[in-house]
Write a protein that binds this ligand. Structure first.
Ligand code: GLY
Ligand code: MN
Ligand code: MN
Length: 471
C-alpha cells in the first residue's frame, strides 16, 4: 500500500476568491458582493430517501464546504467572507446528527464570519451592494426580493472557470494524491483478475461489478471515499463503448483476445483523477490485442514526450490522429493514403473522441472562456482541449487519452454497402481484430514550467501488465 498521506492542510479557498476577484477586474472601490449558493439535498422520487450528495464544484472551490445547504457571500470592499450555514431543525438533528458549531466552521474553513440565513439577509441589506454577482440568476431564491434587480449573472462564471483552470499548489497536491491512489487501485484490479484467471490458465467466473467494488475499496482505504465519475469496467466487446457504466456483465474468460478496459479515478475533497488502463482477461495479450494496444501506447507516449507550456492541444490531437491512422494502414485495417484518410476524417471509425481535457474539481473540468475557447463552445462545460485557442500553460492538469475501438455501431456505419467510404476499410483485417474490443490508455498529468509531471503511476507497458497479472 502507498505509504504517503493525503495533504493535511485546510484548502486555502481565500486565495481562490482573490484570484476570481482579480479576473473580475472591477473598480477597486465598487460596492460589489459575490453571492453563491451551494448544493442542496434531493430525495428519490416519492420517498424520503436522500440521493447521494456531492457539493457543487464552484461552491467547493470558493469555500471548501462539502455539506449541503450552505451559501457564501464575498464583500469586495473589505474582502470579508461570510459563510451562511443552514438552520437544522431539532427533528432533523435527531436523524442526521448535530451540525457543526459556528466556531467549528470557522476553524475548519477559510472564512471570516458565520451567519444564519436570516442574518444573511440582514447583512445584505446592511451592505446594500450596487451589484451582486451570481453564477446563475435562478439560484437566488433565498435572497430578499428587493435586492434581486441588482443581480448580474454574466461575469462570475467566466472568472471562476478561468481561475479553476490553473491549479494552486494545494490543488496540485490533492490531484497528485488522488492520481497516485487511483493508480494503485488500477494495479489491484490487474492483480485480482490475474489471480483469478491467468495463473490457472482456465476459464473463471468474475463479474465486472466485483472489479468496480475492488476499485472503490482500494480508493476508500486511502481516503478517496468518492469516485470522480461512475467507473467504467468494460470487459470484452463492451471495451468499445466509451462510457459503458452498467458494470454488471460476466467477464468473457473464454475469449483469449478479450480485454478489460477500466476507466476510473477516485476523488478526495472533490478533487479527482481520470485514469484508464486496459489489460487482458487471460493475463497475456493475444497477438492481435498486443498490436492494437501498442499502437495506442505509441500515440500516447508521443504526446507525453511533446506536451509542455506553449504547446497547442489541437497539435497533440493531430499527432495522435497521424500515428493511429498510419498504424491502422500498416496493419491493413485502413486502406489508402494517410493524408487523404485524415482529411476525410475516416480514422473516426476507430477513434471518435478527443485526446484530453482539463481535470480538477470535475472530471471534464471547466477552463478558460472566450479568451481560450472557440465561441461556439462557450456555454458548455467540460470543454474538449482540442478547442482551446490558446496554448497550454504551467499548472494546468489535463488528461492524455488516445484509444482505438472496434465499436459495432461505428464500424457498421462507416463500412455499410451504402457508405461512400467503404473502400478505405480492410474488412477482413477488421474482422481479425474486432474481438479485441477496444483499448484506451489515459493518464492524468500536470503541466510544469519545463514539461510535465505524470501524476499517474500505474504501469502501462505490455510486459509490466503481464508481470503484475502473473503474480
Ligand atoms: N472518464 C471519462 C473520460 O475519460 O473522459
Ligand atoms: Mn478523460
Ligand atoms: Mn477517463
Amino acid at each position: 500500500m502507498p505509504s504517503f498521506m493525503p495533504p493535511q492542510d485546510k484548502i486555502k479557498t481565500r486565495y481562490h476568491y482573490l484570484r476570481v476577484k482579480k479576473y473580475l477586474d472591477l473598480p477597486p472601490k465598487s460596492n460589489t458582493v459575490i453571492y453563491h449558493r451551494g448544493g442542496v439535498t434531493h430525495r428519490r422520487d416519492d420517498t424520503d430517501v436522500e440521493l447521494d450528495f456531492r457539493q457543487e464544484s464552484n461552491f467547493f472551490y470558493l469555500t471548501g464546504v462539502e455539506s449541503a445547504g450552505y451559501h457564501v457571500i464575498f464583500q469586495f470592499s473589505t474582502d470579508t467572507i461570510y459563510l451562511v450555514r443552514p438552520t437544522v431543525p431539532l427533528e432533523e438533528q435527531l436523524w442526521k446528527g448535530i451540525p457543526p458549531t459556528d466556531q467549528q466552521l470557522l476553524e475548519k474553513y477559510d472564512v471570516d464570519i458565520v451567519l444564519t440565513e436570516n442574518e444573511m439577509n440582514a447583512k445584505l441589506q446592511e451592505i446594500n451592494p450596487d451589484i451582486i454577482l451570481t453564477m446563475d440568476s435562478t439560484n437566488v431564491a433565498a435572497l430578499p426580493p428587493t435586492i434581486l434587480p441588482k443581480i448580474d449573472a454574466s461575469l462570475l462564471g467566466p472568472a471562476i472557470h478561468e481561475a479553476r483552470l490553473i491549479k494552486f499548489p494545494w490543488e496540485k497536491d490533492l490531484l497528485r494524491y488522488t492520481a497516485h491512489i487511483s493508480s494503485h487501485a488500477h494495479i489491484s484490479l490487474m492483480s485480482a483478475v490475474g489471480r483469478r484467471g491467468s495463473r490457472h490458465g482456465r476459464p473463471f467466473l468474475m463479474n465486472e461489478s466485483e472489479l468496480e467494488a475492488e476499485f472503490r475499496y482500494v480508493c476508500a482505504k486511502s481516503g478517496l471515499n468518492r469516485q470522480c465519475y461512475i467507473p467504467i469496467i468494460a470487459s470484452g466487446e463492451r471495451a468499445s463503448v466509451l462510457h459503458y457504466t452498467d458494470n454488471n456483465k460476466w467477464i468473457p474468460s473464454d475469449n483469449r483476445h478479450a480485454l478489460i478496459l477500466v476507466d476510473a479515478g477516485g476523488e478526495l475533497t472533490c478533487y479527482g483523477s481520470d485514469i484508464t488502463r486496459t489489460f487482458p482477461v487471460t493475463g497475456k495479450f493475444s497477438s492481435e490485442a498486443r498490436t492494437i494496444y501498442n499502437i495506442v501506447l505509441k500515440a500516447q507516449k508521443a504526446v507525453l514526450d511533446q506536451v509542455r507550456p506553449g504547446v497547442f492541444w489541437r497539435d497533440m490531437h493531430t499527432l495522435v490522429v497521424k500515428i493511429l491512422t498510419q498504424e491502422l494502414i500498416n496493419i491493413g485495417i485502413l486502406v489508402g493514403d494517410a493524408e487523404e484518410i485524415i482529411q476525410l476524417g475516416i480514422y473516426r471509425a476507430f477513434y471518435f473522441h478527443g485526446t484530453g481535457h482539463s481535470i480538477g474539481l470535475d472530471c471534464h473540468d471547466v477552463g478558460g472562456t472566450d479568451i481560450g475557447i472557440l465561441s461556439a463552445m462557450k456555454t458548455r462545460k467540460g470543454y474538449p482541449l482540442e478547442l482551446f485557442t490558446r496554448p497550454l500553460q504551467a499548472n494546468m492538469v489535463i488528461t492524455v487519452e488516445p484509444g482505438l475501438y472496434f465499436n459495432d455501431v461505428s464500424i457498421d456505419m462507416w463500412t455499410a454497402a451504402s457508405s461512400p467510404y467503404k473502400k478505405y476499410f480492410g474488412t477482413e483485417k477488421i474482422e481479425k481484430y474486432r474481438k479485441v474490443g477496444g483499448v484506451r490508455i489515459e493518464d492524468t498529468i500536470l503541466i510544469t514550467e519545463i514539461g510535465i509531471e505524470n501524476l499517474t503511476i500505474a504501469p502501462k507497458e505490455v510486459n509490466d501488465i503481464e508481470a503484475i497479472m502473473g503474480f
